[in-house]
Design a protein around this ligand. Structure first.
Ligand code: NOJ
Length: 495
């Protein structure tokens, strides 16, 4: 298995061998163009500080249990809704399942060595609920912790800080049979599991993330039916289910705090509707701020403000969720940080409507990455943290996910030249740097993902890794983007 990122490969691609990369075509430029570009960039070496991040900025990568672990039946793990869904014919592309995935459950040590080689400062993983409580509630499975304990110890030994997500969509199947997130008891069961698990890990893990992308598991899983559990609920039922999900988050914040030392940091990873002003002018920026609040009303907004917006409740009318004042207090339990998963911008313009903004549709020619939903828009990584800070004055932000799918292939020389992913990452990171340089409190960035993995309903057909995985042999090969990321981390700046 070639787990080492080849240094010569980096050197060649990142300027170590300047000769090889020297712009041999430049001599052919007309005098005036060459002179002009020489004037614009006199030394051809922009100041090191240009794109740099503050010392201690946490560069990481992220994965999730069902997407990488495999070992679906090992050591007493019970079934989750994703086991059921992926084993239901027609639900996942090519009939793929997470039964084996990246076999991270067994290969974690080599993968952590690879993380160390990349220079990662931190690693975000999720715990599989049904490894700890095979049926979701009841007696814990002591063996369930063994893998996480070994993995966390390895991370710490490699100098990599663990960030632990407690729910990345793999609801225990028996809880789905009792109504899943439609059942208010699920929120309570989640908090019990989250508190118990955090309590067991908190001697070594200091950052916990309650839920990952409530928006996605609500809307794709329960409304569109394209993700597990594959339901298509109506508006009223979705509103109530969403309420239970944010309540589950709030109860989990409280349970984690109750079971862990005072220094433990608790937050969430949400994929906000990432409003980007279509033009950076005052009215459009104000419109984007309104859209960020309104379009996230039932997710981040209620979590941050402890109230549903008037427009959200008005829009739903008789379908609005039932809730109490106490619920809202729980949902808005104070967090230490907010995690933002940012992939795609939604352009917004000022408008005279009641909302004060309008969404700007993209034309068919708008560029995407390999996933058709993944519109490329680097500015999202500036505006999402900026608007989050302006709206809610959050203490700390992490970019808990950002990355891209690419139609990677192995070139005849054995390398994977994912130039499109590299272009994507570099441009998004420049916008993140802009945010940080303006004082927006982003403390770290988790690239999705370390490895190609089980991309939910797309199965293994969409690759998000900076490391190529041959799913037949489990061989890992770092891609060009891994070389790029290693250099970013080493220099603490966008290269
Ligand atoms: C967000 C999800 O959290 C993650 O599981 C998924 O693989 C990536 N987006 C890419 O779609």
């Amino acid at each position: 298995m070639s787990l080492k990122v080849s240094r010569r490969f980096f050197a060649r691609l990142l300027g170590g061998s300047a000769a090889a990369l020297s712009l041999s075509g430049l001599g052919a430029l007309s005098g005036s163009v060459a002179e002009a570009s020489a004037l614009a960039t006199p030394a051809h070496h922009p100041a090191k500080t240009d794109r740099s991040f503050p010392p201690g900025f946490l560069w990481g990568s992220a994965t999730a249990a069902y997407q990488v672990e495999g070992a679906a039946h090992a050591d007493g793990r019970g079934p989750s809704i994703w086991d059921t869904f992926s084993h239901t014919p027609g639900k996942v592309n090519n009939g793929d399942t997470g039964d084996v995935a990246d076999d991270f459950y067994h290969l974690y040590a080599a993968d952590i060595a690879m993380m160390k080689d990349l220079g990662l400062k931190t690693f975000r993983f999720s715990v599989s609920w049904t490894r700890i409580f095979p049926t979701g509630t009841g007696a814990a499975n002591p063996k369930g912790f063994d893998f996480y304990n070994r993995m966390i110890d390895k991370l710490l030994h490699a100098g990599i800080q663990p960030y632990c997500t407690l729910y990345h969509w793999d609801l225990p199947q028996p809880l789905q049979e009792k109504g899943g997130w439609e059942n208010r008891d699920t929120a309570k069961a989640f908090a019990d599991y989250a508190g118990y698990t955090a309590g067991k890990l908190a001697d070594r893990v200091h950052h916990f993330i309650t839920t990952n992308e409530i928006r996605t598991f609500v809307e794709a899983g329960n409304q569109a039916g394209t993700h597990a559990p594959g339901l298509q609920l109506d508006q009223k039922r979705i509103a109530q289910l969403t309420h239970h999900a944010v309540l589950g988050h709030g109860l989990a914040v409280q349970a984690i705090r109750a079971h862990t030392p005072a220094h433990t940091q608790v937050g969430i990873a949400e994929n906000p509707f990432a409003a980007v002003p279509v033009v950076e002018s005052r009215p459009h920026i104000a419109a984007a701020r309104k859209a960020m609040r309104e379009e996230n009303a039932q997710y981040l907004t209620v979590i941050e403000e402890g109230r549903y917006t008037d427009l959200y409740l008005k829009r739903l009318g008789k379908d609005a969720p039932k809730f109490t004042a106490e619920d809202l207090k729980i949902i808005s339990s104070p967090m230490d940080f907010v995690g933002l998963n940012v992939y795609t911008p939604v352009y917004v313009r000022a408008d005279d409507s009641e909302k004060g903004y309008a969404l700007v549709p993209n034309p068919a020619s708008y560029p995407t990455m390999a996933s058709p939903w993944l519109y490329i828009g680097p500015d999202a990584l500036y505006w999402a943290p900026r608007l989050t800070t302006e709206l809610w004055k959050v203490k700390e932000i992490y970019i808990t996910e950002n990355g891209a799918s690419s139609s990677d292939t192995v070139a005849p020389d054995g390398h994977i030249y994912d130039t499109d992913r590299l272009m994507y990452l570099r441009n998004y990171m420049k916008q993140l740097q802009r945010a940080v340089a303006e004082g927006i409190p982003v403390k770290g960035y988790f690239l999705w993902s370390l490895l190609d993995n089980f991309e939910w309903a797309d199965g293994y057909s969409k690759r998000f890794g900076i490391t190529y995985v041959d799913f037949k042999t489990q061989k890992r090969t770092p891609k060009l983007s891994a070389a790029f990321y290693k250099q970013v981390i080493e220099e603490n700046r966008v290269v």
